[in-house]
Write a protein that binds this ligand. Sequence first.
Ligand code: ACO
Length: 205
Amino acid sequence: MKNVIIVGAGGHSKVAQECIQQQGEYKIVGILDNKFTAYEKIGEQFYAPFTDFEQFKNETDYWFIAIGDNKVRAKVAEQLGDVAYATIIHPTAIVSQTATIEPGSIIMPVTVIQPDAIVGRHTIINTGAIIEHDVIISESAHISPRATITGGVKIGTCVHVGAAAVVNPQVQLGDYSIIGAGAVVTANTEPHQTYVGIPARKLEK
Ligand SMILES: CC(=O)SCCNC(=O)CCNC(=O)[C@H](O)C(C)(C)COP(=O)(O)OP(=O)(O)OC[C@H]1O[C@@H](n2cnc3c(N)ncnc32)[C@H](O)[C@@H]1OP(=O)(O)O
């Protein structure tokens, strides 16, 4: 078993920890989150504030950032610097042998990742999502439960695709764009903009 320290102790972390246990490759030795005010060891795991992360760098082989917010996850990765990241794949996920899952990403239960898809670093493929052939997902994105990303789609950095949304073939989602739950995206999206509905339209604020 390889040791891993988890950053984040919220709802997404809860699901990630269960995935890690079911994957059976990594032993969680500690959890860092600023909601813990001091170091504490309970059983085989320690809990400590994230601000103390430097002192734990020699105590683990791998790190995993289990924070649902894309921008916060990306920022924490920047702060941690040059560390090795665990790649979490739930045993019920179906991942093509020609797909690439980059370190720091999590592939949740009953997902499907098809041939030649690329899932970039620190990306969340949430429960039941489908990533079709030749999809390219950049860093720190989140594909929510039951979303369907069809063939050849390109997804930018920190993009959030909401639950059960569909992205049509070859569409490109600009960096930091947000797709609402249940949307059907039929055309490219602009960076930093939010889109909702069927067909998806830009939300004017
Ligand atoms: C394991 C997990 O839980 S993973 C979590 C996955 N999370 C999701 O799937 C949630 C995705 N988020 C959404 O769908 C959000 O509603 C967003 C991001 C699209 C919009 O959020 P906000 O920017 O806060 O917009 P807000 O709630 O103010 O709504 C603005 C307008 O858009 C509409 N709207 C919001 N979401 C949607 C949607 N998904 N589809 C259609 N219309 C929507 C609202 O009704 C409102 O319309 P109005 O101005 O006519 O009243």
